[in-house]
Design a protein around this ligand. Structure first.
Ligand SMILES: *[C@@H]1O[C@H](CO)[C@@H](O)[C@H](O)[C@H]1NC(C)=O
Ligand SMILES: *[C@@H]1O[C@H](CO)[C@@H](O)[C@H](O)[C@H]1NC(C)=O
Ligand SMILES: *[C@@H]1O[C@H](CO)[C@@H](O)[C@H](O)[C@H]1NC(C)=O
Length: 807
């Protein structure tokens, strides 16, 4: 304050000089700053007006104000100085006026004098700049450009001139600078200039301090806060969280499955930041499969997805904020294959029927396997069921050849149901199967087979021509004509005649018919070769032997060889008188061309001179004395012997046997024709022996000749033939029987004795060789053939001759 006072004084002195110059007009005028202290001297008015100081009090000098009760100054009547009486506030008195003058009057009495005194009040900087409001609130859109200006309310300063607001200062910040202007009225004001764009998304509000400064000395200032609210502009498009959404979706997923949720954020505020989702561009088909929730961004499934139809979906999606700023993204949906397709088996070709003779490994068909799935789910394994001779051989890609693994035989299995199963490798695996029907075609690979390996037929002799002999049957399992059997006879000879003159065969039925009537005594058996042939091309055949055995019928009567049926007296037998009971006196020899029972002869004496004297062996034909001969017996004895066979009905023959009971031929006068000497019975006996021997040898010789001739025709190898004088036709057939027909062969014994008239010796002409079973070798020989049998018959004669030679 002291300083201030001193300053005022200096100011006052200067002004005073100026005031002096004005006094000329009789008025006084003073300039001084406002707000001087009470009592401060403004000037010496007495001096300035040339008034007598001493008289001031007398003249009651005073300061008066016209119409104004306030006296801003007083006059010191002792010194004539004007002093400040009242606080003088220029702003209060004059406001913003550039000059502020207070008019007062100095009144003097005695004489009344009136002087006008004007005070020119000078401003001092006693007011600071002041802003109207405490806070300046601004709202600036973030989209405002750089350089945009925002005028601020000016600050006001009650002072004037230099003491009023001279400038503004803005707190340092990164967005705004300050621009200070003067308006039309000289008022300084400021405006914010955007130096760097705002971003609401970074800073929503800014606070700045603005300071207004006046020009006083010292200057005064006032501050105000500027509060800037950054308003949002839709300057941000939504941003997707991913540029591409890649998801995988198993096919056949249930409806309403959420495939993916897309998300976009918009940093803008309010509507500008409200994001809505939509498909940008979507095909009709995809629209039926997927839906997009506009708000949540969930893409869900609304239709069936089939991997086999489409493996990938690409959906363009869009996110848009309220005003319509949009961004785009893409959703890629990879469909995952599920094993939902079973393999499909396709039969591409089939060679059916397949001939049964194809080699193993022959391709009979081609199949193709398809599976619509992918990867493992379409890897297919193909198998054929176990029990068929077929297998699958993998070929190119999914093709398989169906080939045979073994031989086929239509006769065993004529068709196959081949079941092929295809299984994929999915989990769980799916499979399907297909049954292929394959027929096997026939090949003529089976010859006819006879039901029996050997057929034997038995036919009675004297059969009717055309009667059936037997039936052969052959089967052929082949198909149709390949299995149709036709029978025929293979040409052969039977006794020099073609077999067809004996039998014929029905080609269809296999029934063998006799062509002629057979004669057992001529032909006991023969063989026929029957051929069975199928109708294949080429045909197959097989043959079988049919042995035809002709069986005997009793169609031959016994033939009496001895004694000659024509009762020859020469054949009289001598019976010694001394013959005792049981002596063999003669023997009836008979043969029967038949065989077996039909040739089994029995001998009976049907008539005798002396019944009871002789008996005949029922089967041997030996005539023996039944008792000792007595003298009374008549010397001539006749016997009628009947020979019967055992056939049904039996046939018989009779003969007469003449017996002479005598020791000497001469004793019988009746027998004149007897050529031997009765008197010399001993000589006669020897003669007879010699005669018989000679005739026996002669007979043997004849028989040998005959037999040689006979066997030359039949069997030239035979050495001896016809050892006895019995025509071969008369031989009992069982001597030359084949085994099959000779059931009675060993049961019956045939002893043939040729006795001579000799009383002393029995001549065993033919020994019995049937007393036991036949020697094995003989039996075997006899089994060979008809011709052999005939030969065997010859052999028997051979043994007969051997027997003879023993004697
Ligand atoms: C094959 O199948 C058919 C019909 O499915 C059937 O009639 C036939 O008997 C079968 N054949 C074989 C050899 O199983
Ligand atoms: C008979 O077999 C032949 C081959 O040997 C064959 O060609 C033919 O087709 C067969 N006939 C029938 C009816 O199966
Ligand atoms: C009869 O069959 C046999 C084999 O069984 C054969 O060796 C023979 O040649 C056949 N005969 C004829 C005439 O076909």
């Amino acid at each position: 304050m002291e300083n201030k006072g001193a300053l005022s004084v200096v100011l006052y002195l200067c002004l005073n000089v100026f005031v002096m110059a004005d006094t000329v007009y009789g008025d006084a005028s003073y300039s001084f700053p406002e707000e001087m202290k009470h009592g401060s001297v403004i000037g010496n008015i007495a001096k300035d007006l040339g008034l007598d100081v001493n008289r001031l009090s007398v003249r009651k000098a005073r300061v008066d104000t016209e119409g104004n009760p306030k006296n801003y100054c007083d006059i010191n009547v002792n010194t004539g100085e004007l002093t400040v009486a009242e606080r003088i506030d220029r702003e209060g008195l004059c406001g913003k006026k550039a000059t502020c003058v207070i008019k007062q009057e100095l009144v003097l009495e005695n004489p009344l004098e009136l002087h006008r005194v004007s005070f020119n009040i000078q401003d001092i900087n006693d007011n600071s700049p002041v802003f109207t409001n405490d806070v300046i609130r601004l709202e600036i859109r973030e989209s405002a450009d750089k350089g945009a200006t925002f005028p601020l309310d000016p600050a006001h300063d009650a002072d004037i001139g230099e003491n009023s607001v001279q400038g503004y200062v803005l707190q340092r910040n990164e967005h705004f600078v300050l621009n200070v202007n003067t308006n039309l009225y000289g008022l300084k004001y400021s405006e914010l200039v955007l130096d760097k764009e705002l971003d609401r998304e970074k800073e929503q509000e800014l606070s700045l301090i603005l300071t207004a400064v006046d020009g006083g000395t010292p200057p005064r200032s006032g501050t105000v806060a500027i509060h800037v609210t950054v308003l949002d502009a839709n300057d941000n498009a939504p941003v997707f969280s991913q540029s591409v959404y890649k998801v995988s979706l198993p096919e056949n997923s249930p409806l309403d499955t959420v495939v993916v949720t897309v998300g976009a954020t918009d940093s803008d505020d309010g509507v500008n930041g409200e994001v809505m989702y939509a498909f940008d561009h979507i095909s009709e088909k995809n629209r039926e499969l997927f839906s997009l929730n506009a708000k949540s961004g969930e893409i869900s499934l609304i239709g069936p997805v089939d991997f086999e139809e489409e493996t990938t979906f690409e959906l363009q999606i869009q996110a848009k904020d309220g005003p319509g700023l949009a961004t785009y993204s893409k959703v890629v949906i990879d469909v995952i294959d599920i094993n939902d397709n079973a393999p499909v088996i396709l039969l591409k070709s089939l060679n059916s029927p397949v001939p049964e003779n194809v080699l193993p490994g022959t391709e009979v068909g081609i199949i193709n396997v398809q599976d619509r799935d992918s990867e493992k789910n379409r890897q297919v394994q193909c198998t054929v069921q176990q029990n068929v001779p077929f297998k699958l051989v993998p070929s190119i890609k999914n093709y398989y050849s169906l080939v045979t693994t073994g031989e086929l035989d239509r006769e065993l299995v004529s068709d196959y149901n081949i079941t092929i199963t295809a299984t994929d490798e999915g989990s769980p695996p799916l499979s399907s199967s297909k049954t292929i029907h394959l027929s096997v075609a026939d090949v003529n690979d089976n010859p006819p087979v006879f039901e029996e390996q050997i057929y034997s037929a038995h036919v009675k002799e004297n059969n009717k021509p055309g009667s059936s002999v037997c039936t052969v049957a052959a089967t052929d399992p082949d198909w149709r004509q390949n299995g149709t059997v036709v029978y025929s006879l293979l040409p052969s000879d039977v006794r020099g005649a073609p077999v067809s003159s004996f039998v014929s065969i029905n080609g269809d039925t296999g029934v063998i018919h006799a062509v002629r009537s057979f004669d057992y005594e001529q032909l006991k058996s023969f063989k026929v070769l029957v051929l069975a042939r199928d109708n294949g091309s080429p045909p197959l055949s097989s043959n079988v032997t049919v042995s035809v055995f002709i069986s005997d019928e009793n169609d031959n009567s016994p033939q009496i060889l001895y004694p000659s049926p024509e009762g020859n007296s020469f054949m009289t037998e001598m019976v010694p008188k001394a013959a005792q009971s049981g002596s063999l006196v003669s023997k009836v020899i008979a043969v029967d061309a038949d065989s077996g029972q039909n040739a089994w002869l029995s001998y009976h004496i049907v008539k005798a001179t002396h019944p009871g004297l002789f008996t005949i062996g029922e089967h041997s034909g030996e005539i023996r004395t039944q008792r000792d001969i007595s003298e009374s017996d008549s010397t001539k004895q006749n016997l009628i012997v009947s020979v019967k066979d055992n056939g049904q009905p039996s046939l018989s023959a009779t003969c007469a046997v003449y017996l002479l009971i005598s020791d000497n031929l001469a004793e019988i006068p009746e027998l004149k024709d007897m050529s031997y000497d009765e008197s010399s019975s001993k000589l006669t006996f020897y003669l007879i022996i010699a005669l018989v021997s000679v005739s026996t040898f002669f007979l043997t010789f004849i028989i040998i000749i005959l037999a040689v001739r006979f066997c030359h025709r039949r069997k030239p190898r035979l050495l001896f033939d016809g050892a006895v004088a019995i025509p071969s036709a008369y031989l009992p057939p069982n001597y030359a029987e084949v085994k099959e027909a000779g059931t009675l062969r060993s049961t019956y014994n045939y002893d043939a004795y040729l006795t001579t008239g000799s009383r002393t010796s029995d001549f065993k002409f033919v020994t019995s060789y049937n007393e036991g079973p036949l020697p094995v070798d003989l039996t075997l020989k006899k089994d060979k053939s008809v011709e052999n049998l005939m030969g065997c018959a010859g052999n028997e004669f051979e043994s007969v001759t051997q027997d003879i030679s023993e004697y």
